[in-house]
Design a protein around this ligand. Sequence first.
Ligand SMILES: Nc1ncnc2c1ncn2[C@@H]1O[C@H](COP(=O)(O)OP(=O)(O)OP(=O)(O)O)[C@@H](O)[C@H]1O
Ligand code: SF4
Ligand SMILES: [Mg+2]
Length: 389
Amino acid sequence: MAAEWFDGGNYISWNLVNSLSKLRSKKRTPSLRLRQSSLSQSRSLNSSSGGSALSKPELLAKQQTDLVLSVENLVTEFVTPEGVGRAVDGFSFSVGRGETLGIVGESGCGKSITAMSILKLIPTPPGHIRSGTAFLHGQDLIAMSDKEIRQVRGNEIAMIFQEPMTSLNPVLTVGYQIAEAVRKHMGLDRKSSRARAIEMLDLVRIPEPTQRAREFPHQLSGGMRQRAMIAMALSCDPDLLIADEPTTALDVTIQAQILELIHDLQRELGTAVILITHDLGVVAETCDRVIVMYGGRKIEEAPVAALFSQPRHPYTEGLLASVPRLSTATSEPTLRLHEIPGVVPPITADRKGCLFAPRCERSTAQCAVEQPMLEQTAGHFVACWQPVS
Ligand SMILES: Nc1ncnc2c1ncn2[C@@H]1O[C@H](COP(=O)(O)OP(=O)(O)OP(=O)(O)O)[C@@H](O)[C@H]1O
Ligand code: SF4
Ligand SMILES: [Mg+2]
């Protein structure tokens, strides 16, 4: 997807791109296809399109009508010693079947709290969801009771975290944990759920899955633990997978393998993916659409190619300028990377005006007092009084 502009010397994680390219040049093994009838084939994009895989443009067109999650005006607050702060401030977005939506932004901009709000995992107190809706197949997750949302977690929506040990129980074998999730959410009996656990470990390319299923998380390497967590997340065939920095702790080769794995599984199963990351190289390589967050707000949203080739928000422009380019390395080796001055505002900061104003070279008097609203041109949204043209 993104290879054209990488080749043109644009935004990169060099090692990651190399690793992904190598993986993609390898012949696909048929092992990724789900072989067991226990996994609902009716959810497969391939089967829904009459047996042939959909091309990327066909997929994107399908996503317009195949909405999985639609979030409107989400506001999540925390009570702090400095007062009530807004970690997520009127955030709206949607994601379609088979689509990968990237959410990027500096540390503390509200990416994880958005994901946790959707699953109602906000610790209360000190946090609470003040307002907003999050519709999944016509049902508002935010309005659900604890019992109802527990049915959704790990079933219709699965989440994978940066640190697998936050999801894996250290005193239970990996196979038992996956089988337990399958038993609970899919109602399979003991034998079938054990078989399903091994099938899932095989699917995420863990060698000797029967043996690994009997091992405890600490007996697996970091990359394998991450795969096991993905296996667990996908074992119930979720409609939506939220991956919060799923590869940050891994070395670049494993990182590429995990991303490739998520991508392949998504194509096989039609799962919608929300990928939360700091890494613009990862976004460029894996996402269809990307949202840039700042101070809990959406400040830009566009198809990934448009955002990288023509960023419109000064913050996005700064983020992209701070990433190394191939041209920097080859023709201008001494060029310094761009740095955005200042830091992200705390959640208790005054919310009037544009939150990026203290760090913005284009800021005017209006920016300090009037909040810019999202404006759209040809599917590219930006919230800025003086967008980059
Ligand atoms: N329990 C809490 N109490 C008070 N503030 C909190 C709490 N949890 C999160 N926050 C604040 O909410 C804001 C958003 O946090 P969040 O974890 O969503 O950031 P993030 O974008 O995921 O950052 P990172 O990239 O570092 O993971 C941060 O400013 C954070 O300090
Ligand atoms: S609204 Fe003003 S301060 Fe905010 S990003 Fe745009 S130009 Fe900069
Ligand atoms: Mg986070």
